[in-house]
Design a protein around this ligand. Sequence first.
Ligand code: FAD
Ligand code: TPP
Length: 575
Amino acid sequence: MVRKRVAEIVVETLVAAGVRRIYGVVGDSLNGLLEEMRKCKEIEWVGVRHEETAAFAAGAQAHVTGELAVCAGSCVPGNMHLINGLYDCHRSRVPVLALAAHIPSQEIGSGYFQETHPDQLFRGCSDYCELISQTSQVPRVLEIAIQTALTKSGVAVVALPGDVALREAPYRKPSASVRPANPVICPSQDEITQLAGVLNSGRAVTILAGAGCAGAHAELMAVAGKLKSPIVSALRGREHIQYDNPYDVGLTGLIGFSSGYHAIKEADTFLMLGTDFPYTQFYPENAVVIQVDRRGENLGRRTRLDLGLIGDVKATLSGLLPLLDNKTNTAHLTKFVLDYEKVRDGLDDLAVGKAGQTPMHPQFVARTVDKLAKEDAIFSCDVGTPTVWAARYLTMNGKRRLIGSFNHGSMANAMPQAIGAQMAFPGRQVVTFSGDGGLSMLLGDLLSLHQHNLPVKIIVFSNSALCFVELEMMAAGILGGGTTMVNPDFVTLAKSAGLYGARVEDPADLEGAVTAAFQHDGPALVEAVVNRSELSMPPSIQLDQAVGFNLWALKAVLNGRGNEVVDLAVSNLIR
Ligand SMILES: Cc1cc2nc3c(=O)[nH]c(=O)nc-3n(C[C@H](O)[C@H](O)[C@H](O)COP(=O)(O)OP(=O)(O)OC[C@H]3O[C@@H](n4cnc5c(N)ncnc54)[C@H](O)[C@@H]3O)c2cc1C
Ligand SMILES: Cc1ncc(C[n+]2csc(CCOP(=O)(O)OP(=O)(O)O)c2C)c(N)n1
């Protein structure tokens, strides 16, 4: 029988699964794998400066390609650094395999140098997590891991002791199963007939559409057209829904629009399509609620349901369309479409910049980047106010993509995710909306952009604060603290890391600086110095008034209309 080194079998199995690169940081226990990868021409090692970056980058690559992506960390501190990024991948449901190198196998259980138990440590952020303790487990365990990541669209972790990787094992060809498959899930005809019945009898139907609507744009428009339904998007669904969409009424949620909020609250029938929108306060109280999701376990986990269907959005809507009446009453739809236009105009009024007027409005920065970016740009945005600006000002057109840490909500995601997106699509423009806090958290990987010749364009919303948290504190009536940051000169820093850099304070200079960055043949950073107090603060609100009220206060604050908080307080609380 042919025998090969475990590391060689691992690499061959990854090649068979279509893997083209692995993001990570090297370390002794990974050496065997690196040696095999050096010999194999199909897989590239993408060395980064922090393993969390590796996991975020792999997740972003998986998001924009829909294919398996791989990251790796050396034994224990190395692979522990992967964890936060892997949680993000797990929550975003993207297929990622993590190779966690482990201490020498004979030392496991002895409290050895660097010892942890990766097979337990990674359980919470994966669908599959196993230790390879014997050579004969390869390639089977690795193949199960890959298949789980692909089938469940999630994270799989394989812990591999460095010494096991170097030993020989019986060889067999990789299994043909380590490839993605796309089965279509469709509810039964009875269920679809029941769904049509409920929708046909609704008088004011509102749709909440999420990321599960990817690839179902035409069917979604056709259904909304028949039902005369406003479509509210959940943030992860924006890129798939908010273009060529006459039914669009924006987002709901704290950073959403009042049109989206009221379109849901005033519906008598509420149809959730491929969404796991998490904020329960924004769901309707009295409507008939229907949910379609390909994951049965997600049905009814955000709100109580009257009807839940397991199915792909596209297949379900295709089956549904011929059974739907063509409603004629457009009142519900028109009301919220017009509302949305007004809200949009209001937000656009905030996105202005006049020469000499400093500090700049961050909305103006977002709008300018949106205007100048390419038609098929890939954007990533940091958690914090950059998420707000991306949600409100980046135009989606069916070709652009928008990635964030939307479900896990971790800071420092944008630049690492841009690395993965740019690696996957070297010819596309990749732009980040970075917070100054977010960028500085994984700052070391600015160096990776230059090292790997990745022409990522970084837009830093430089407000010298952890602004989003500052707003949360203010809206809750907490004086707080700890939000101020003394920043370096990001441009000098970027230049020393091999990037093109420009700092902009005056709105008059913004367009030129962004254009130059976009035209630069390589990575570039624009530091836009923006107003820290942009989202206007409630002038004064007592702590006891804010109790049970902070959601509304925060929403008004985030809308840039803090004075409304006082109005709301007066009308709702102080009676
Ligand atoms: C600072 C911050 C503020 C935020 N504020 C808001 C806000 O105000 N409003 C907002 O909307 N979001 C907001 N978010 C994002 C929010 O937390 C969620 O990430 C988002 O709402 C989820 O969007 P989704 O439902 O489209 O995606 P997901 O949560 O990923 O849900 C997608 C669902 O579709 C299902 N699915 C996948 N494929 C298919 C298919 N083919 N057919 C059927 N079902 C499928 C999945 O099983 C899943 O249940 C915020 C995030 C941050 C970081
Ligand atoms: C890893 C992590 N730490 C802390 C937080 C809490 N948090 C959410 S947003 C935010 C501030 C982000 O600051 P910055 O990147 O500067 O963006 P800004 O909101 O100031 O524009 C913080 C601290 C988090 N979400 N993730």
